[in-house]
Ligand binder design. Sequence first.
Ligand SMILES: [Zn+2]
Ligand SMILES: [Zn+2]
Length: 180
Amino acid sequence: MEASIEGAGAAAMEVGRCAEHGKKLAYFCKREKLRVCSKCVILGSHQGHTVVPVEEALSELKELLSACSKELESKSLEQSSRLEEIDQNVTTTKEEVEALQRQVGDDFDALRSFLDAEEKALKEQIAAEAQDTLQELSRLKMECLQRVESLRTLAEPLHSALQTDNLSEVLKVLNISSDG
Ligand SMILES: [Zn+2]
Ligand SMILES: [Zn+2]
């Protein structure tokens, strides 16, 4: 038994010796997670415990490590994929923001053009209406000036008559005949 243990491989060769029995620690007690010798198992404190050769324990632990490693790798891949997804989202979001800003810019340009055109049209309308009013006022002013001129023409003989002592001339201006 001991011979087969000793021949069990490099891993078993490396494991040192039992402090109590002086034999190679060729076994692994699964209950206490300890390396033990064959006497520990047969006669010592590890009787009845489940033990396996060290290299078998190593192999099992390596399988466990491999499983853990694969799980980590899988999780890592998952995160990489998630990362790509997030990056894609960032790109999409930036593109959407740019598109939205372009759209808002275009809408406001259109709005400004519309408002500019409305402003221009309103000002032109106001100017046209004012033009009509000013023309009417100008016409009224001309009429008024003509009346003033007419009145001055009418008043002129009266002023002349006021300057004279000639009765017939005064009567003539007042359109009264002295001949009766
Ligand atoms: Zn021992
Ligand atoms: Zn044990």
